[in-house]
Design a protein around this ligand. Structure first.
Ligand SMILES: *Cc1c(COP(=O)(O)O)cnc(C)c1O
Length: 470
């Protein structure tokens, strides 16, 4: 006779009591009850809908206690976890882009652990403006008249378009109506802002006269978007920023330059293609320039708008600016990051620039030291030339020479993909590149202080038998 399978499950109360008695968890009673109820619910749903029934072992009391314990672990552990980036992509958006400098981290602590003059004028002893912070430094560094911070660069672009072009026309080259990543498409942002998109030219060629011919009394802005994440070559022409600024001046229409990454330092020094400099856009005559804080600038996530004082003043007054404003932690970390530029120490102090500028020999020495230890532990390991990229929507197709530790799984059944999974689930998580079932740990993007930790993670993962559930 078939037994009702649901009968085999204990009641919520009984299971909760067992869990508490087992001493496996020390959490408030109602949290344990909720997790137990959810776990039993999931098991019942599984029984109802799945053909493969659970074995008696899988729903034994110890197994159920373990399931709830795991569920509670997920609830109580932070979901944002540290990752060792061995992917070779320096500004990996999925891994949080720029790691912060020591000074930026110290600023987060100082600002976060007490009160600040965030919106308080200390000299006058009265209310001040949050928007006053970091602006003087930004103007110094870029040559701009004024600056404004918002949540990120997408927000910066949205604020500019909706404040200065809502219900009016924005002219953009077809070659620059691009998708940045994560489904962020420039034409969609334009439409959402209430601006009317006027695309001119063709995918590969746009001439200055294409812009001039499209200007009407309804034209609010000329928009340039840096094609950050791809490059077209061959029969290509675009209007330069200088050409567009000439047109803008003749017709009294502001020119907005969305640089995406932007940079304050020349990338050519490190053998990379030139990434546009913010200060160059300003000196070429752009009325507004927007860029990210966490790309090549090497700081926290923030959108930076620099440019002409009257336009920045208009943006500051927009109600949307309040919705997109930055918090004190961001301002603190950004000011510390900008300080590295002001004193000329950015290449040494900012992790992103340290990674870009690390000499190959240094990377190779670190790789070999770790590889020797792994080899001694009987791991199948080699040191190979590799190529890192800057990423984060900058310098598409451009690579930096690097060195990788290459690990081939040795245990039977431990495929590269399985080993990669074990590494991702470890603490800290490690993200290498997987290539032909080999794991490539690109050492340019591993912070030197993580070398020991990386080595231990690889040792632990290669000695873990492949788990059955993934
Ligand atoms: C990255 C990028 C953005 C978006 O910046 P976020 O800081 O990610 O919001 C916008 N425009 C361009 C050209 C970009 O490269």
């Amino acid at each position: 006779m078939m037994q009702n399978p649901f009968r085999q499950l204990p009641s919520v109360d009984l299971l909760v009591q067992q869990i508490i008695d087992s001493g496996a968890v020390a959490l408030p009673h109602h949290i344990v009850v909720a997790a137990t109820r959810a776990e039993l619910h999931d098991i019942r749903e599984h029984m109802r809908h799945s053909a493969d029934s659970l074995t008696p072992d899988a729903i034994s009391l110890p197994a159920l206690i373990e399931r709830v314990r795991k569920r509670l672990q997920i609830i109580t552990a932070p979901s944002l976890r540290p990752v060792i980036n061995a992917s070779g992509v320096i500004l990996q958006t999925n891994l949080g882009r720029a790691p912060l400098s020591d000074a930026a981290l110290a600023a987060l602590h100082t600002v976060g652990c007490g009160y600040t003059n965030l919106e308080y004028d200390l000299a006058q002893g009265k209310r001040g403006s949050r928007l006053a912070h970091a602006t003087t430094t930004l103007c110094h560094l870029t040559g701009a008249e004024a600056a404004l911070l918002v949540n990120n660069n997408a927000a910066a672009l949205f604020l500019v378009l909706s404040t200065l072009a809502c219900g009016r026309e924005v002219i953009i080259s077809r070659g620059q109506a691009v998708e940045i990543g994560g489904g962020f498409r420039i034409p969609d942002v334009l439409r959402q802002s209430g601006a009317l998109v006027v695309e001119v030219g063709t995918t590969n060629r746009t001439y200055p006269h294409d812009y001039t011919n499209a200007i009407t009394p309804q034209t609010a802005l000329l928009l340039l978007v840096h094609t950050s994440n791809f490059r077209i070559s061959g029969f290509v022409r675009s209007a330069s920023l200088a050409e567009m600024c000439t047109i803008g001046r003749e017709h009294a229409i502001p020119v907005v330059d969305d640089l995406g990454s932007g940079s304050l330092l020349p990338t050519q020094v490190y053998g990379l293609a030139p990434e546009p400099l913010v200060q160059e856009s300003i000196s070429a005559g752009a009325d507004l320039v927007t860029f990210s804080g966490d790309k090549l600038l090497g700081g926290p996530q923030v959108g930076i708008i620099v440019g002409r004082a009257p336009l920045i003043a208009e943006l500051r007054r927009a109600p949307l600016a309040r919705a997109l404003r930055v918090d004190k932690l961001t301002i603190g970390a950004l000011e510390a990051t900008l300080h590295s530029y002001i004193v000329g120490h950015a290449p040494q102090e900012l992790p992103v620039w340290r990674m870009i500028s690390t000499p190959l020999a240094e990377i190779r020495a670190r790789a070999e030291r770790i590889a020797n230890h792994l080899c001694a532990a009987d791991i199948n390991v080699a040191v190979q030339p590799s190529h890192s990229t800057v990423g984060g929507g900058s310098l598409p197709g451009d690579t930096l020479e690097s060195v990788a530790i290459v690990v081939s799984p040795r245990l039977p059944d431990n495929t590269g993909a399985r080993l990669a999974h074990t590494l991702r689930m470890g603490t800290p998580a490690v993200v290498p590149r997987l290539h032909n079932q080999q794991l490539w740990f690109d050492m340019r993007t591993v912070l030197p202080e993580q070398d020991e930790s990386l080595m231990h993670c690889i040792l632990a993962a290669t000695q873990t038998p492949p788990s059955s559930e993934e």
